[in-house]
Ligand binder design. Structure first.
Ligand code: UDP
Length: 326
């Protein structure tokens, strides 16, 4: 019996694959290495380089390794790229995922966990965001995620198939053991960028917008350590294995931190000022995104242990140092 992790060579998938291996689960990783890195896959995992839409390959992996559950991370994740290339994003995130799910249904795999996003919620929905809140994704990226959520709902109604959707808030930080982290050179995320500035790799950090209707005028997000997010996946998997019905869960801590809070955190960690430049708002950025995590805590017993901004920043900087020197 093993778990198939698609996109297991990427940022979040590789953390989850390590967490599964750490507790003794058998793991097969399927990744086409378009953005992932083979070096981030644990040595004890079976690694298969290939495409999620290759039905013959998926069925072969399922049969050969006795796959009973799939954690699906493979996909494209850069929001501005999705705006420029919507068809590419729908192809990669919806069409290929449809092919993957069809192969799995045909191979009688019955348990599926899907990486979704907080950006499926309407920008004007009340915060913190509960799972039932109104959905109104704006970017093709976020729409591709919601389309896949709907596809999974329909498939779970039609077939002997159960799924869990995990809606991620702002994932940050890296494996405390230093085995993997966020490696995309194009990464635009705040804590990743701030770590690059802290190491002098980038001259300054842009603060995108200082006139938001928030306490200090900068954007507020619910930053969650990737290790706590990985733990949420393991709990979702355990619940599916125990027979739980399909469900959707927010993954966040339920508290908001502003861009200035993050800048102060980095300054505390490095012991000096961080060069920043106050810039215009980035198009499409909502003022605030905060999760209501009560459902995942109540139903899956999720208990985050890394809800500490300085710790998240320290792990991001440690990874950035390692990654840049590799
Ligand atoms: N942000 C910023 N400077 C950066 C990157 C991000 O000020 O270099 C802000 C962004 O406007 C948002 C918050 O930081 O308010 C989080 O952005 P990020 O790209 O990390 O995640 P998002 O919420 O956009 O998915």
């Amino acid at each position: 019996m093993s778990v198939l992790v698609t996109g297991g060579a990427g940022y979040i998938g590789s953390h989850v694959a390590h967490a599964l291996l750490d507790r003794g689960d058998a793991v097969a990783v399927l990744d086409n290495l378009s953005t992932g890195n083979r070096a981030y896959v644990g040595e004890d995992a079976v690694f298969v380089e290939g495409d999620i839409a290759d039905a013959a390959l998926v069925k072969q992996v399922v049969a050969r390794h006795g796959v009973e559950s799939v954690l699906h991370f493979a996909g494209s994740i850069v929001v501005p790229d999705s705006v420029a290339d919507p068809l590419g994003y729908y192809e990669n995130n919806v069409v290929r995922t449809r092919a993957l799910i069809q192969a799995l249904v045909e191979a009688e795999v019955k348990q599926f966990i899907f990486s979704s996003t907080a950006t499926v919620y309407a920008a004007d929905a009340p915060q913190p965001l509960a799972e039932a809140e109104v959905k109104a994704p704006i970017s093709p990226y976020a729409r591709s995620k919601l389309m896949t959520e709907w596809m999974l709902e329909d498939v779970s109604r039609a077939h002997d198939f159960r799924h869990m959707v995990l809606r991620y808030f702002n994932v940050a930080g890296a494996d405390p053991a230093g085995r993997t982290g966020q490696s995309s050179p194009k990464a635009t995320h705040l804590i990743k960028r701030a770590a690059q500035v802290a190491l002098g790799r980038v001259p300054h950090l842009d603060i995108f917008g200082t006139d938001y209707p928030t306490a200090d005028g900068t954007g507020v997000r619910d930053y969650i350590h990737v290790t706590d997010l990985a733990a949420a996946h393991l709990l979702a998997l355990d619940a599916l294995r125990a027979g739980a019905p399909s469900a959707t869960y927010n993954c966040g801590y339920g508290r908001g931190l502003s861009v200035r809070d993050v800048v102060s955190g980095v300054e505390r960690v490095i012991g000096r000022r961080l060069p920043v430049l106050e810039s215009a708002r980035r198009p499409g950025d909502p003022p605030t995104l905060i999760s209501d995590p009560r459902r995942i805590k109540a139903e899956l017993g999720w208990m985050p242990v890394h809800d500490d901004l300085d710790g998240i920043i320290r792990s991001a900087i440690a990874w950035e140092r390692r990654f840049n020197s590799a």
